[in-house]
Design a protein around this ligand. Structure first.
Ligand code: KG4
Ligand code: ZN
Length: 355
């Protein structure tokens, strides 16, 4: 099957063409083209929804056209159009959904509505994904990563808006184990980063600074880490970080130490809870996903902890370019878990969570 994937839930406008079959372990990305309005939001340190949507209206058709050209496919080759219908910013979602509906009608193709959160998880089913994480030879030689992903899996979604832990028993049967009760991990990083004057979104600058920081300089709280549930909470950690920033002048070593302290606290909680769930539910794989999963320290911490605990659970994470929002992950979710519908039955749903 050839699937066109469209993603416009936040500031990105992305279209991809992938090829695969549901019974094959991974799908191949033929093209993935993105445009972002981030530069326009950089000055304000956050997304301005109205501006994001207006830019997406300009980008959407050129991005789709470019993706088709790059994949050397024509509309007649496309079997279905997968599109993010929520959660996200309503204006942004409408651009993708209405474009997909128009193309579905004009080309006479079925649509596949995709939950953006599952989209992130399915970046792990892209052929180029996986193996990149497992830089650690001891682990990669031990785990059969090329055989595909075996259920049940525990999937961690860590993005700017969400921190969720999901048990997937199959492509069709998924259970939400927990989510954040307040801020998402990426949100805490972005809000602290804004006070430090990192460019928005702060993740990449945060990671760089943390690499130079002293891990012993700060000991921030690990919120709800040992509580007996799979929810998360990062607002207290965010507040603690912001309080430290106000206390002192921000020289580079202080910034590095702060970033390191906050990043370590987030990583500890994410790794602990995810591995606990993997053990409790007998997971045969752990999947990382979402923008924050591009963080190498997080990936390395997972590898180390899995190794320390002698768990033989394969760890998967998307190639870094597919961690942040993109059309390819939406197309993959459409291929493996989506249901084809007629163009006139789909509507954007900004509040969508898990069914
Ligand atoms: O998944 P995503 O692109 O958008 C949402 O659906 O929210 O995630 C964006 C988030 C932002 O909070 C950004 O700061 C964070 O991912 N992020 C990172 C890194 N790259 C992006 N966080 C930590 N380290 C990174 N390298
Ligand atoms: Zn996202």
């Amino acid at each position: 099957m050839i699937i066109l994937g469209i993603e416009t839930s936040c500031d990105d406008t992305s279209a991809a063409v992938i090829e695969g079959e549901k019974n094959q372990p991974f799908a191949k990305v033929l093209a993935n083209v993105s445009a972002t309005s981030l530069a326009l939001h950089a000055k304000t340190g956050g997304i301005i929804p109205e501006i994001a949507a207006r830019e997406q209206i300009k980008f959407i058709i050129p991005v789709i056209k470019h993706a088709l050209q790059q994949s050397a496919k024509e509309p007649k080759d496309i079997d279905a159009i997968a599109v993010t219908y929520g959660p996200g910013l309503i204006g942004s979602l409408l651009v993708g959904v209405e474009t997909a509906k128009t193309l579905g009608f004009a080309w006479n193709k079925p649509l596949i509505p995709v939950n953006h959160l599952f989209g992130h998880v399915y970046a792990n089913w892209l052929e180029s994904s996986l193996r990149e994480t497992i830089s650690d030879e001891a682990i990669s030689s031990r785990l059969p990563l090329n055989d595909g992903i075996q259920f049940p899996v525990i999937a961690l979604i860590v993005s700017g808006g969400h921190t969720d832990l999901i048990l997937m028993k199959s492509h069709e049967e998924t259970v939400l184990l927990g989510g954040t009760r307040d801020d998402a991990a990426g949100e805490a990083i972005d809000k602290i980063g804004r006070e430090i004057h990192f460019p928005y979104p702060s993740g990449p600058a945060f990671e760089k600074a943390a690499l130079l920081g002293d891990p012993k300089a700060y000991k921030f709280p690990r919120p709800v880490m040992y509580d007996k549930h799979y929810d998360f909470s990062f607002s207290g950690l965010k507040a603690a970080g912001l309080r430290e920033i106000k206390k002192q002048e921000l020289h580079q070593p202080v910034i590095n130490n702060l970033a390191r302290g906050i990043q370590d606290a987030i990583i500890d909680v994410l790794v602990y809870k995810t591995l606990l769930a993997a053990e409790e539910f007998g997971a045969t794989a752990i999947l990382l996903s979402g923008g924050v999963s591009a963080n190498q320290a997080l990936r390395d911490a997972f590898v180390k902890k899995i190794d320390d605990k002698r768990l033989s659970i394969p760890l998967h994470a998307p190639e870094k370019q597919y961690c942040t929002d993109n059309g390819a992950m939406i197309a993959a979710a459409g291929l493996y878990m989506g249901k084809q519908v007629n163009w006139d039955t789909i509507n954007a749903n900004p509040e969508l969570y898990f069914d």
